[in-house]
Ligand binder design. Structure first.
Ligand SMILES: *[C@@H]1O[C@H](CO)[C@@H](O)[C@H](O)[C@H]1NC(C)=O
Ligand SMILES: *[C@@H]1O[C@H](CO)[C@@H](O)[C@H](O)[C@H]1NC(C)=O
Ligand SMILES: *[C@@H]1O[C@H](CO)[C@@H](O)[C@H](O)[C@H]1NC(C)=O
Length: 602
């Protein structure tokens, strides 16, 4: 047995001390060798030449995340049903469009489908391969994994740079590029996509660094210089339609700066006094001091997706952002009260824009924009998820989607005009050729005992009452491959289960095939929807790939590939997964509302 005395003695023998020193040096040397462990567990030192590591959550416990395995669901599941064949046809259309782009235009932003040339609209889309980024999630959902992987290779190379005097438009870049990257990341979990989204999110942030916090129109992604748009002021949709993207990005990266920058915009909306415009948000806002400018209100261009994002902020945060929800309900009620009309003879419900005079009277334009046809989708989603919203939200959704459908069904080409003036020109002389507010009809209907369908709603909604005069005139005659109407069909199909909406979507698709498909790849916008086989406009906007074909595909797949209780579509149809802030995140980001409210329907 070795006494402590003799152990001390052994350790102090010179030979033992040399051996110990050698062992120590060896240990240090081994610790400095690069480690290559296939499990990655011991991969503590990243080689310098790799892409930057994805940002990690800075602290806190692991969280629940919707993890999509490839495939998310099998898009080919019911392969031989009648609807699966239609879904297949839409996939074929996507391939026709995308192959045309790949052959003639990649990696530029968009395809000119007739000239078969690429186009980089530097003023709008930055030249970073827009059509690819905007289409990634569509490819994933359609099961086109080869195309998806090829797209990833391009995304991996994107640096989001531009020359010093160019600008990226904040709104378009957020909804198309940032939304596209985040959604493709959520579906595939490929870290490249999150790394690029984080790069882009940071590069665009200077747009929000204004005295009020409302975004500038555009920003240079390299030097951070900002620029105003034609209007000078901030548009309503432009200001609010960054909430889903930046809040989800804040959730993924743990970066407080993202959350703070966009929540400042919401604070302005919450605090704004909009009583003089009947609780509707004016279209323009001062970037300097964050107050509304002018008295124009609209659910079409410049306004539209602001209202959509109020509801969707609540949904995306696991139905916890009750302040955004309440703003949505208040705004939607105001839209139904003040901007919603019924045509005199056919009883078509439509939503228009207006200016509000100093007495608070609404002066409507009676124009209906195709862009506004997204509203039935939002109303139906709200009615299906909110407790206590009046039934009239769902009635309005069905009635308005029917009108949007009528614009297609009446048209010789089977496609809807971009803008219609809702004014009755023939038939029995109406008291007002524009019709009366829907609210007045609704009150009358209720007072007389709510007999039959509510005004504007038909069950079943029938069309082709062609003996009646149309009650509108197309004043923007083109069809720009827009998605809003089929988006509404998709949401109505999912929330009501009425197969009529699928049938109508199929008719729209058939018209697209007939009127917009271009030989040799691509689809083109249609110049005049009142002509059959008429001239085309040499454009295939990326939203056709991102939205129109995605919603049509989802409308025809029997399985719900993107369950609406777990995913929220951004305004460019990019699905983002519902998430819940954890307690530590709420503390860290300063979120004061996050408690799940009881009683809201799942
Ligand atoms: C990515 O960039 C590298 C280097 O510039 C280039 O060789 C490669 O072809 C690019 N990949 C794609 C898919 O564009
Ligand atoms: C915001 O703008 C101010 C001046 O306008 C500048 O000093 C500051 O560095 C900017 N902050 C960021 C994060 O860009
Ligand atoms: C909001 O503005 C209206 C006039 O437009 C005014 O009468 C009202 O007092 C204001 N409300 C608040 C809370 O400031």
């Amino acid at each position: 047995m070795l006494s402590s005395q003799s152990l001390y003695g052994v350790l102090h023998r010179p030979i033992v001390r040399i051996i110990l020193l050698c062992l120590f040096i060896l240990f240090l040397f081994a610790a400095m060798l690069p480690r290559t462990d296939p499990s990655g567990f011991f991969d503590l030192v990243a080689p310098q030449d790799q892409i930057p590591p994805i940002p990690h959550r800075p602290m806190g416990p692991p969280r629940h995340r919707i993890k999509a395995q490839r495939p998310l669901a099998d898009p080919m599941a019911a392969h031989d049903g009648p609807w699966a064949k239609r879904a297949d046809a839409v996939r074929g259309a996507f391939l026709h469009a995308y192959q045309g782009y790949l052959t003639h235009a990649a990696p530029h932003d968009e395809l000119k489908p007739i000239a078969k040339l690429p186009v980089d609209n530097m003023r709008s889309f930055n030249g970073w391969g827009l059509s690819i980024v905007d289409s990634l999630d569509t490819m994933w959902l359609m099961g086109l994994y080869e195309e998806f992987d090829a797209g990833l290779a391009v995304v991996a190379n994107v640096t989001f740079t531009m020359s010093p005097n160019k600008y990226a438009p904040f709104f378009e870049t957020v909804i198309r590029y940032l939304g596209g990257l985040l959604s493709a990341y959520a579906l595939s979990q490929d870290p490249i996509l999150l790394a690029r989204a984080d790069d882009l999110g940071t590069a665009l942030l200077p747009a929000l660094n204004t005295s009020s916090g409302l975004p500038m129109f555009a920003v240079n992604t390299v030097n951070g210089k900002v620029a105003k748009g034609w209007a000078g002021d901030a548009g309503l949709a432009e200001s609010v339609t960054c909430q889903l993207e930046y809040k989800y990005l804040a959730y993924l990266t743990g970066r407080k700066v993202y959350y703070d920058a966009v929540e400042r915009v919401m604070d302005i909306m919450y605090e704004a006094n909009v009583t003089s415009t009947g609780e509707l948000f004016p279209l323009f806002w001062s970037i300097e001091d964050g107050v509304p400018i002018g008295r124009s209100v609209s659910v079409g261009a410049i306004g539209d997706s602001a209202y959509e994002y109020m509801l969707k902020q609540w949904l995306l945060t696991g139905r916890t952002d009750t302040k955004a929800r309440d703003l949505y309900i208040r705004s939607m009620d105001a839209i139904l009260d003040h901007l919603t009309y019924l045509t005199p003879n056919r009883g078509l419900l439509y939503v228009t824009d207006a200016t509000v005079d100093i007495h608070g009277t609404f002066l409507p334009s009676h124009k209906l924009e195709h862009l506004t046809c997204f509203l039935p989708a939002t109303l139906a989603l709200g009615a299906a998820t909110l407790r206590d919203v009046p039934q009239r939200h769902m009635w309005a959704a069905r009635a308005f989607a029917h009108t949007c459908w009528v614009l297609y069904a009446d048209s010789p080409s089977g496609l809807a005009p971009d803008v219609a003036l809702m004014r009755s020109t023939q038939g029995p002389a109406p008291p007002s050729p524009f019709g009366d507010p829907w609210l007045a009809h609704l009150k009358q209907w209720e007072q007389s005992g709510s007999q039959g369908d509510p005004p504007g709603v038909r069950s079943p909604e029938s069309v082709r009452d062609t003996d009646t005069a149309p009650e509108y005139t197309p004043i923007g005659k083109s069809y720009l491959l827009r998605p809003e109407t089929v988006e509404s069909f998709y949401l109505l199909w999912r929330t009501t289960g009425d197969v009529m909406w699928r049938e109508r979507g199929w008719e729209v698709f058939e018209s697209l095939e007939r009127e917009a498909r271009v030989e040799g790849g691509g689809y083109a916008s249609v110049e005049d929807v009142q002509r059959v086989g008429g001239p085309k406009i040499d454009e295939m906007p990326s939203w056709f790939l991102a939205e129109t074909l995605k919603y049509l595909f989802l409308l025809f797949t029997d399985e719900e590939l993107v369950p609406l209780d777990r995913w929220v579509f951004n305004t460019e149809a990019h699905p983002l997964p519902v998430f819940h802030w954890s307690v530590w995140e709420m503390e860290r980001l300063g979120i004061t509302r996050g408690i799940k409210t009881e009683g809201d329907t799942p």
